[in-house]
Design a protein around this ligand. Sequence first.
Ligand code: NAG
Ligand code: NAG
Ligand code: NAG
Ligand code: NAG
Ligand code: NAG
Length: 447
Amino acid sequence: MWRAFFVTLILALTPHTILSVELRDLETVYEWKQMVYGFATEEDRQDAIDNDNLVPENATPIDVAVDYHSEKGTRVFTTTPRFTGGIPYTLAVVTNKTEDNGPVLLPYPDYSWHNSNGSNCDKITSVYRVAITECNQMILVDTGVIDEIQHCPPQLLVIDLNTDTLSHRYVFDPSIYIDVASRFITPIAIVNDPPPTGNCSKVQVYMADVLYHGLVVYNSELDTAWRIENRFMYPDPDYGLLSIADEKFFLMDGLFGLASDGEQLYFHPLSTIYEYAVPLSVINNRTIFEEDVEAVPLAFRRVGERSSSCAAQAMDSQNNLYFVTFNPIKLTRWSPKKPYTPENELDIPADPQLIEFVSGMKVHKNKAGIEELWMTSNRFQQIARGTLDFSEVNFRLLRRPLDDIQNQSTSDESQSDSGSSSDESQSDSVSSSDESQSESESSSDES
Ligand SMILES: *[C@@H]1O[C@H](CO)[C@@H](O)[C@H](O)[C@H]1NC(C)=O
Ligand SMILES: *[C@@H]1O[C@H](CO)[C@@H](O)[C@H](O)[C@H]1NC(C)=O
Ligand SMILES: *[C@@H]1O[C@H](CO)[C@@H](O)[C@H](O)[C@H]1NC(C)=O
Ligand SMILES: *[C@@H]1O[C@H](CO)[C@@H](O)[C@H](O)[C@H]1NC(C)=O
Ligand SMILES: *[C@@H]1O[C@H](CO)[C@@H](O)[C@H](O)[C@H]1NC(C)=O
């Protein structure tokens, strides 16, 4: 409320107030105290129980993706990776049926796809995040790992959302990953032949290897992938202790958040406050990295510094970069034509309690053609410290249409920025209790 009040005041006092920021609230589309796994048949449920794979308290949703399908209606997907056993399926569609703990999930594409004990590598073993392209393709990266055991090689699957069937599978070569040490967590896809003229046969997928510190590029035309490493993909020990909502924990995660404006790949490790970039023209060229995964180190640049670290990020079609900082918890935006500095972080009003650890973030265009920001929040600080309370809402899928803020021009922002900087910091100091955090700490290596 304070934040909303200040922003309103600032806009009112700014001489060139041609902004029409309506101060929309985030919409909580789905929320859970604990994940609720549903099944199409009683046989499927019994199979999960018989295999000790129905332990909902083990599940953490970490991603969200939305398919605004012209015929099938709107489908919202989420992922629950197999950090441990007890997860009956790792990729789900959210239904509108709700039980006490939250909405019921159903396995996607269906239960038979989910390889609950890692014994069949033709199925899906564990998925952190997915990407959906403008051609109704879902691109998912399966780590092949359950509970620190590499059951299967990592693989990239393309699912046709029109038919809900597999349209392509690419199994990564051992030269691209290290057993167990690698963890492919974040795919983003760029379609070079989008509809209506193209048919999405030229897709580049960029994937973050969060634990072995690298980037993997997949080219659908060549049906080949290559690996790239750079010092900016490593976690920085100075930012390995996180503080979120007054809880501290260690997390040394490397390359995590990816985004692109079609020219550059923007990226950051989780454990850092810096944003980096590399031209797509460099990383798209397999020849450069064939002999040396650490080639052309000078093509990678530091392009930004945040007020605090963050996990996921996403970019809209106007090249605004969105993310949620950890401490204080703020939904924030950087504009394309201004330096990526803490001063140029544009705060978007949002209740911090809704966005504790945003681990998944996407921009999707809805049926009306308006871009929407979608987020998954999961209070990972409580999972890491073992303080999660299943009587509270812990997991949320959130939405915010962007049409009111994404076209704010740079000059408008400079007006509101200059007017807001002192007021904003005051409102922060009024509302935050960051200095009184408990010193107890725990560690975790999940991503
Ligand atoms: C759930 O409800 C929303 C809004 O009523 C609708 O748009 C969506 O298609 C429904 N989803 C499913 C899977 O039925
Ligand atoms: C998982 O392993 C159990 C035995 O431990 C077996 O009965 C079951 O069929 C396996 N499930 C799958 C999907 O392979
Ligand atoms: C897509 O278009 C390309 C030409 O741009 C063509 O070679 C290819 O066969 C098409 N693929 C499909 C699945 O239609
Ligand atoms: C890729 O890199 C190689 C080696 O630097 C260079 O010779 C080649 O021209 C590049 N290819 C493209 C398409 O830029
Ligand atoms: C934002 O601007 C772009 C072009 O600059 C335009 O295509 C788009 O429709 C605008 N979006 C809104 C919500 O006004």
